[in-house]
Design a protein around this ligand. Structure first.
Ligand code: FMN
Length: 408
């Protein structure tokens, strides 16, 4: 791809201790074909110097509006951008952006940009939770910016709590999705919404070392969670046994069994606008859990495992909606008579949408790709051709969107 065709990304870096992590984000952006202009603040340069940003981006770096004035950088950089991402965003930068201050190159750029803007705040928990910061975040979101929720974990020094910069790989994923939706979409059509997604496969323990499980990787559920977060939703992801890193800006609840998943999902949906059940939940579990490892018998025989039914969480969510108008979406992996079985399942479960996919060699379990038909309770049928799981995720949210109850 020639430089002219490369999407132009402005990477704003403000003066937080996590500024060094923006180097990794910059590397991912440049290596994936983006033309990146780094605009640090003066404070950011205390943490990582100009030479690093310039060498890694291959572009000039400046912090203020008084250099190369003939090129009018305080206007041009923002105007030309396809995406602005500020990582880390300090509490100070959130305040400046929310109030429209323009006292350096980055804040000028934020005012002149007409493309999507992503903020990745990082700060101590007290600063993040302060009403001033929260109001600034709300203001920016209301205006259409994507503000990624900070992660919970180790902060500067010995402190831990909410305020950590999410993994650069996760910020990169958010940027990629926001860019893919184009400058017009502004990527926040789910802003103000709470959505719940389940992902992965439950494991039903037999004894302390064995379980009954399934081959779900969780990738489709994670794609759904990331897509919803990039579109501005507050996302709760209930994951079972995926081993995948927590996506940026998503509240993740880790569970193991079907019963644990049910409990976590029922709790999360209490104030949710939509729930998407992408997890493969075991239909059955062993009737008895053996406290000690089940031993081989000397007579060569094998034990018989009695199974009991697990609750049908999807049917329960659909029949007993936590809020009127809550949208309930299910997934069905079928091996034969895919559409007929899907229609029957949609009717039986009572959900609004059912994503029906055929279990096959290159798709569904563990694969990066999927192919599906989304069936709607009103008779609609939306085929999604073979492609990345992200594309299916976007289609699911596109179909959920018009079915959501009016925003409060
Ligand atoms: C060692 C150190 C670490 C800091 N880390 C953060 C941080 O993680 N988040 C934050 O909001 N401010 C942090 N600050 C405070 C900011 O640097 C300060 O508010 C500064 O004015 C921000 O300027 P800027 O927003 O123009 O980059 C830190 C300051 C120091 C000295």
């Amino acid at each position: 791809m020639g430089s002219a065709a490369k999407p132009k990304v402005v990477l704003g870096v403000s003066g937080g201790i996590a500024a060094y992590k923006a180097c990794e984000l910059l590397r991912r952006l440049t290596e994936s074909g983006h033309d990146v202009r780094v605009v640090p603040t003066d404070s950011a340069l205390h943490f990582v110097g100009e030479a690093t940003w310039s060498a890694l981006s291959g572009n000039p770096v400046s912090t203020e509006v008084w250099e190369t004035v003939h090129e009018v950088p305080h206007v041009r950089i923002g105007q030309a951008a396809d995406l602005v991402v500020v990582a880390p965003t300090t509490a100070d930068m959130l305040a400046k952006a929310a109030h429209g201050l323009a006292d350096d190159l980055l804040t000028n750029t934020l005012l002149t940009a007409r493309c999507p803007v992503v903020f990745a705040p990082a700060m101590h928990t007290e600063m993040w939770e302060h009403p001033a910061t929260q109001e600034n975040v709300a203001t920016l979101r209301r205006r259409g910016a994507v503000v990624i929720e900070p992660a919970v974990g180790r902060l500067t020094g010995v402190d831990t709590g909410k305020g950590r910069l999410p993994d650069p790989a996760e910020i990169f994923e958010v940027c990629r999705r926001v860019l893919a939706r184009g400058a017009d979409a502004l990527a926040t059509d789910l802003a103000g919404r709470h959505v719940v997604v389940s992902a992965g496969g439950t494991r039903e323990p037999l004894d302390p070392v064995r379980y009954l499980g399934n081959r779900s990787s969780g990738k489709q559920g994670y794609a759904l969670a990331r897509a919803a977060a990039a579109r501005g939703a507050r996302v709760t992801l209930v994951e079972a046994n995926t081993g995948i890193a927590d996506p940026a800006g998503v509240d993740v609840v880790h569970v193991g069994t079907a019963l644990q998943l049910r409990e976590a999902v029922l709790k999360a949906v209490a104030d949710a606008d939509a729930v998407v059940m992408a997890a493969a939940v075991a239909d059955f579990r062993p009737a008895v859990y053996a406290a000690g490892k089940i031993k081989k018998k000397d007579d060569g025989g094998a034990p018989t495992v009695e199974l009991v039914r697990n609750p049908d969480i999807l049917a329960e969510l659909a029949a007993d909606r936590a809020l009127p108008g809550q949208v309930v979406v299910g997934f069905a992996a079928e091996t034969d008579d895919v559409l007929a079985n899907g229609r029957e399942k949609l009717r039986r479960k009572g959900c609004d949408l059912l994503v029906v996919n055929e279990v096959g060699e290159r798709k569904t379990f563990g694969s990066e790709e999927n192919e599906a038909v989304v069936l709607a309770s009103d008779g609609g049928e939306t085929p999604v051709p073979y492609g990345p799981k992200e594309a299916l995720a976007e289609t699911v949210w596109d179909l959920v969107l018009p079915r959501l109850r009016p925003a409060t």
